[in-house]
Design a protein around this ligand. Structure first.
Ligand code: AMP
Length: 179
């Protein structure tokens, strides 16, 4: 890893804000909005993704509701490829595939339009943060229902202690920053 890449990562890491007890007692929320509100840092974060994927023949970015949309949109723009969005149940207007996933209490459902990904299309799935991996796993299943090929799952932040990477062992996983 080059020194400048390392210091870029440290700058990003240093600007992520810990918000204790949000949205529930006991959870430390990793707030990435200070990265978004600083033009240089936001560009740095997007550059990490764009440099990683620019020569990997990626054909579609699939971004996860809601902060994944921010990085996914910027990355799709840079690569000049299409963007599809995975949303919580009931938000997408057209016929959709559905996948259930476990939440802390009960279950949730994620959806992707049936034409969100074409058969055999090379896809990068992106979100801001990997925690237990349940959300990303559900998104990966949706891409597979469309017949897409998953190049990698990409995250700005990974919480190692929650072992999301183990849950996603079937897939290549990349994260820029880890705790
Ligand atoms: P998981 O399915 O457990 O991997 O949770 C990942 C999703 O929940 C992502 O969309 C994150 O934005 C959000 N998330 C989970 N835990 C946190 C956290 N501690 N800080 C910020 N976002 C989180």
């Amino acid at each position: 890893m080059s020194t400048s890449f390392k210091s870029a990562i440290e700058r990003l890491k240093g600007s992520i804000r810990d918000v204790p007890d949000f949205p529930k007692p006991g959870i430390v929320f990793k707030d990435i909005t200070p990265i978004l509100s600083d033009g240089q840092l936001f560009r740095l974060a997007v550059t990490i993704f764009s440099e990683r994927y620019q020569r990997k023949s990626v054909e579609r970015i699939v971004a996860i509701d809601a902060r994944g949309f921010i990085f996914g949109g910027a990355l799709a723009h840079y690569l000049g490829v299409g963007l599809s969005i995975v949303r919580k149940k009931g938000k997408l207007p057209y016929t959709s595939h559905q996948t259930e996933y476990e939440l802390e209490y009960g279950k949730g459902t994620l959806e992707l339009h049936i034409d969100g990904v074409e058969k055999n299309q090379r896809v990068v799935i992106i979100d801001d943060l990997l925690a237990t991996g349940g959300t990303a796993e559900a998104a990966a299943k949706l891409v597979e229902k469309c017949g897409g090929e998953i190049v990698e799952l990409a995250f700005l932040v990974e919480l190692n202690f929650l072992k999301g990477r183990e849950r996603l062992e079937k897939y290549p996983v990349f994260s820029a920053i880890s705790y």
